[in-house]
Design a protein around this ligand. Structure first.
Ligand SMILES: *Cc1c(COP(=O)(O)O)cnc(C)c1O
Length: 403
């Protein structure tokens, strides 16, 4: 069987009978388009990012050059990433050897895992996990293992016994994500320390996806690279997409020890070679933030996301869902069992017609058939990164799910 079959199987695209199906994401987007339902399935803002960053992109396009950007990324952006990490987290990063600009966080993840893992290795992720992780791990031929974020009264958390059991002598990479999509969990310093201790004990490289680093609502985001002994074994990934509401620009980056960054760059240069230089310059301008406009934008975005989160939480509680209050990201997850639905896949197929709302069953982010996917069978993920008017329409529609 070819590698695309492995990817299709890992992402639920390939049925047990060998037929190729649509992913639940494609199915739900098609349903949204077909029924005119409010799409709370896919997490992208329905407003544009800030004008000062757009203006910088226009200026950079006009000024040129519009030829291939340098392989590591435009120097202004590498410097802005290093300065950002110093300013926010006290991390010392060399912009010339320890930063790589990528085509979104997605390419940074793919190039990192392709560079670091292969057949016979294990890559460990949290479960549930962002959908590109399973596909990327399948591409490398490595085995995907997971450690569960278990639901409780206090939210989704790691169990120390699970963490210890998840690492083996074959674990090569821990692919982390905090703030976490889909649950909205921000891993605590204690949880990160548990993972870090195991990573050190098993000599594991950590690749950490921190694209929601600035979108938290009170909980402190702790970059795993700031923990003792971790900077030298961690690749930290982020992106302009979520922080600046330019998901379509696909400007991402990673930083870490020079040897690891060189390994990733070796792969990355044969994936896309480089991304658009003008957009990188605009993101450099935004990240450097000499006039404070980006900080003001992000602070307003955070406040408004918190309000929109609270509005959707209220609407879901009102009809009988049991939502978990997320501490970050664009998403929240809610249990539909109290409403009488024990199968979130069936509910999500029904909701567009019945309630005019599209959402994603959380099992789409779990390993097929895993213990956790059974526990979370009745859970649904909703995004709230939509305008208040759109969320009000969704809230009105959700009322039709009552008894
Ligand atoms: C959106 C998202 C990404 C993708 O980021 P891009 O910069 O658009 O490639 C990666 N990881 C997580 C957890 C995300 O939610």
């Amino acid at each position: 069987m070819s590698r695309w079959h492995d990817v299709a199987r890992a992402t639920g695209l390939l049925g047990p009978d060998g037929t190729v199906a649509a992913t639940i994401f494609a199915e739900m987007t098609a349903l949204a388009n077909h029924t005119g339902a409010v799409n709370l399935g896919q997490g992208f803002p329905d407003v544009e990012g800030p004008d000062h960053v757009k203006d910088a992109a226009v200026a950079a396009l006009r000024e040129g050059p519009n030829q291939y950007a340098p392989g590591a990324g435009v120097p202004e952006l590498c410097e802005a990433v290093a300065a950002h990490q110093k300013r926010h987290y006290g991390l010392a990063v060399d912009p010339t050897s320890e930063v790589l600009v990528t085509v979104g966080a997605t390419e940074a993840i793919a190039a990192s895992i392709l560079a670091l893992a292969g057949p016979g290795d294990e890559v460990l992720t949290l479960e549930p996990f962002y959908d590109s992780y399973a596909a990327t791990i399948a591409l490398t031929g490595a085995t995907h293992r997971t450690v569960a974020l278990r639901p409780s009264e206090a939210g989704f958390h790691l169990d120390p016994g699970d963490v210890a059991a998840a690492f083996t002598e074959r674990t090569r990479v821990l692919l982390l994500n905090s703030p976490h999509n889909p649950t909205g969990t921000v891993l605590s310093r204690e949880e990160l320390t548990l993972l870090a201790e195991q990573a050190i004990a098993h000599d594991v490289t950590v690749v950490t996806d921190e694209v929601y680093e600035h979108l938290t609502y009170g909980a402190e985001h702790v970059p795993v690279a700031t923990l003792p002994g971790m900077a030298e074994r961690t690749l930290t990934i982020s992106s302009a997409g979520k922080t600046l509401s330019f998901t379509g620009w696909k400007v991402g980056w990673l930083h870490g020890p020079a040897e690891l960054v060189t390994a990733v760059r070796t792969v990355k240069q044969f994936l896309t070679y480089v991304g658009p230089g003008a957009l990188q310059k605009a993101v450099a301008h935004a990240l450097a933030d000499d006039d404070g406009r980006t900080a003001a934008y992000v602070s307003d975005l955070r406040d408004s996301l918190r309000e929109r989160r609270d509005f959707l939480l209220g609407a879901l509680r009102d009809v009988g869902f049991a939502p978990f209050v997320p501490e970050g990201t664009y998403f929240l997850v809610a249990d539909a069992a109290p409403l009488g639905f024990d199968d979130a896949v069936a509910l999500c197929r029904e909701m567009p017609e019945r309630a005019g709302v599209v959402a994603i069953p959380i099992t789409a982010f779990c390993t097929a058939g895993s213990e956790l996917s059974r526990t979370l069978r009745s859970w649904v993920r909703f995004t709230y990164v939509k305008s208040p008017a759109v969320l009000e329409r969704a809230a009105a529609g959700l009322q039709r799910l009552r008894g």
